[in-house]
Design a protein around this ligand. Structure first.
Ligand code: NAD
Length: 263
């Protein structure tokens, strides 16, 4: 795996912790030059070159792309990972402000990430080299099946699933040499669960959420990082427009568990 991504430039958003930090580190280990982009300066030092960035701001995307093209000279891999949960509000309890905040980060942030990734990749032409450009969008199982709440997060992740397919199709038809896929994790032990861990304790919380997954546990961030690495590399060269579900059979088991009833 060493040097598999040598010469490639990758941007990973949302890297202060969790899936983004693990992905950035694995991409770097595979030889990519990684730009880690986050609102939170704690991301500095995780891997690669840190740039303060707000995925919900188009101006911030313009500045990030200009900076990367000026300093690194090309863009090959974009991992749109930054996300917020926005709490567990339902259709009755979610405010318009909360809805809009979650859409702006989790949905519009990914749209902008795809838009500026294509602009950067087209300018530097990964499709013309031996390698392909790859966009990896981190969605969720919440983008595959409905939840009573959090409604804003579920709707945003559902949008990521279909906007990823639209980008994949568009880029394929345009012969840009750019692939785009979505990743749908089940429960992953990251800082996104900190509010829950504070209420019930981390080990207790992990056990309860893990038990909802047929595999019997939550995932670790590195397990999702390896999915990102595979999608970013040419090993997945014929995979585009796909939804990669990494959920310990959580969504596969829904019907079986419904028929079996509560255990
Ligand atoms: N942890 C899970 O169980 C799980 C499950 C499914 C999907 N996901 C998704 O995986 C992705 C990563 O989540 P995580 O669990 O690693 O969470 P995390 O909280 O550890 O990391 C999220 C990162 O996003 C950054 N961020 C938030 N808003 C931002 C913004 N506007 N601009 C730039 N950066 C911003 C945060 O600073 C943080 O570094 C998210 O899109 C999340 O929805 C997580």
């Amino acid at each position: 795996m060493d040097d598999e991504l040598a010469g490639r430039v990758a941007i990973v958003t949302g890297v202060a912790s969790g899936i983004g930090a693990a992905s950035a580190s694995l991409l770097e280990q595979a030889g990519a030059h990684v730009i880690v982009a986050d609102l939170n300066a704690a991301a500095a030092g995780t891997a690669g070159r840190f740039v303060r960035h707000d995925v919900a701001s188009e101006d911030s995307w313009k500045a990030l792309l200009a900076d990367v093209l000026a300093r690194e000279g090309r863009l090959d891999i974009m991992v749109n990972n930054a996300g917020i949960s926005g709490g567990a509000g339902t259709v009755e309890t979610t405010t318009v402000e909360n809805w809009q905040r979650v859409q702006s980060v989790d949905s519009e942030g990914v749209f902008l990430g795809c838009k500026y990734a294509i602009e950067g990749m087209k300018k530097t032409g990964p499709g013309k080299a031996a390698s392909q450009g790859s966009i990896v969008n981190i969605a969720s199982v919440a983008g595959l099946i409905g939840t009573g709440g959090p409604i804003a997060y579920t709707a945003a992740k559902g949008a990521v699933r279909l906007l990823s397919k639209s980008v994949a199709l568009y880029c394929a038809e345009k012969k840009y040499g750019i692939r785009c896929n979505s990743v749908h994790p089940g429960g992953v032990d990251t800082a996104i669960f900190n509010p829950l861990w504070q209420m019930v304790g981390r080990e207790q919380g992990k056990a309860v959420i893990g038990a909802h997954h047929p595999i019997g546990r939550m995932a670790e961030s590195e397990e999702l990082g390896h999915v990102v690495l595979w999608l970013a590399s040419d090993r997945s060269s014929f995979v585009t427009g796909a939804e990669i579900v990494a959920d310990g059979a959580l969504t596969s088991g829904l019907m079986r568990r419904a028929l079996r009833g509560p255990s």
